[in-house]
Design a protein around this ligand. Structure first.
Ligand code: ADP
Length: 320
């Protein structure tokens, strides 16, 4: 292995730059030539590659987003697109590739391996929804952003004695919602992994709180549940408490990565390069029991990860 590439794909996440930097620096450490590929799989198909070195990744560790840009690429879902990508990789002499992204990007990485380009996948997504990994790069920064935003919303909710319903990201998963809900002392946390009913899980706690003389409350709703604007209306109608919905949106994807994201991204980037050097491919770099390990992409994609029941129980106990 003499030459490798690195790209970011799918939704961006804080810490992707730290991962790029790590791949480039560790690659340089081992004497490899490293190409950065722009705009995810699109850039590979279109030959948007540029050689990077230890200096070209200076000053990016602290930056959010991804300097290589990211994109979704429909063409790549077709066999012809993958074939084209592998041909371009050959033109640039790539012996291996590191793909930073979510599970969609990992499926692409698997297809690249099958078509002849050894590829390693690295989990970069704020959602923490990669089953084979306890942690994904970007999750901690996102949680801290949500914490800052919800703390601010609580200030105004308390002043106006309002109920605030806040939708956080996470696609079909409730990892952001459960941790942010606990960290922000939310009175109600709704996640797609658990059944809930409006009367029992939303209305009842608010009315109980009201009967104790407290009108303001914070409700955190995962994206996979949605409907926060309608929920605010219904709460206001049924409790008489003024209610407001906030959809935090893309603010959750930005910002300078936290220490945790910088360190994990650096560790995972290093692991990805070392796997390629060992001649491995079709692996997902992941965290299991706090260690950085690797699993087969297909096996990793087939795994199931549960929302930690201890956190769900804890959230309940904390809202007595
Ligand atoms: P994420 O990586 O964050 O899950 P997407 O699901 O949008 O984001 O996937 C990113 C890109 O990965 C897609 O635009 C596509 O090029 C590629 N991809 C997604 N799903 C597949 C698939 N099933 N097979 C091959 N490539 C895929």
């Amino acid at each position: 292995v003499r030459t490798i590439g690195v790209l970011t794909s799918g939704g961006d996440a804080p810490g992707m730059n730290a991962a790029i930097r790590s791949v480039v620096r560790v690659g340089s450490y081992y004497g490899l030539k490293v190409f950065g590929v722009r705009r995810g799989y699109n850039g590979l198909i279109n030959g948007e590659l540029e050689e990077m070195n230890a200096r070209s990744v200076s000053e990016i560790l602290q930056r959010g987003g991804t300097i290589l840009q990211t994109a979704r690429c429909l063409e790549f879902k077709e066999e012809a697109g993958v074939k084209k990508a592998v041909e371009i990789a050959k033109v640039f002499g790539l012996d291996g590739l590191v793909v930073v992204g979510g599970d969609g990007s990992f499926r692409g990485a698997r297809d690249l391996c099958a078509a002849g380009l050894p590829t390693i996948a690295l989990p970069g997504t704020i959602d923490n929804d990669i089953s084979c990994s306890e942690y994904t790069v970007g999750y901690d920064t996102c949680l801290n952003t949500v914490k800052d935003a919800v703390d601010k919303i609580r200030d105004t909710a308390q002043s106006h004695e309002r109920c605030s319903i806040i939708e956080v990201m996470g696609r079909a998963a409730g990892y952001i919602a459960i941790q942010a809900g606990i960290a922000c002392g939310a009175e109600v946390i709704l996640v797609p992994e658990r059944k809930w009913s409006f009367d029992e899980d939303v209305l009842r706690p608010i009315l109980e709180s009201k009967s104790r003389g407290r009108k303001h409350s914070i409700i955190i709703v995962a994206e996979g549940i949605g409907g926060v604007i309608e929920m605010a209306k219904e709460i206001e109608e049924k409790t008489g408490i003024e209610s407001r919905a906030t959809i935090l949106g893309h603010v959750q994807r930005g910002g300078s990565p936290t220490v945790r994201d910088r360190v994990v991204a650096s560790e995972m980037g290093c692991k990805a390069v070392e796997l390629l050097l060992e001649g491995k491919q079709n692996r997902i770099v992941c965290m299991q029991q706090h260690e950085i390990v690797d699993v087969d992409i297909e096996e990793g994609l087939a795994m199931k990860k549960e929302l930690p029941q201890n956190l769900v129980d804890l959230a309940k106990k904390l809202t007595v």
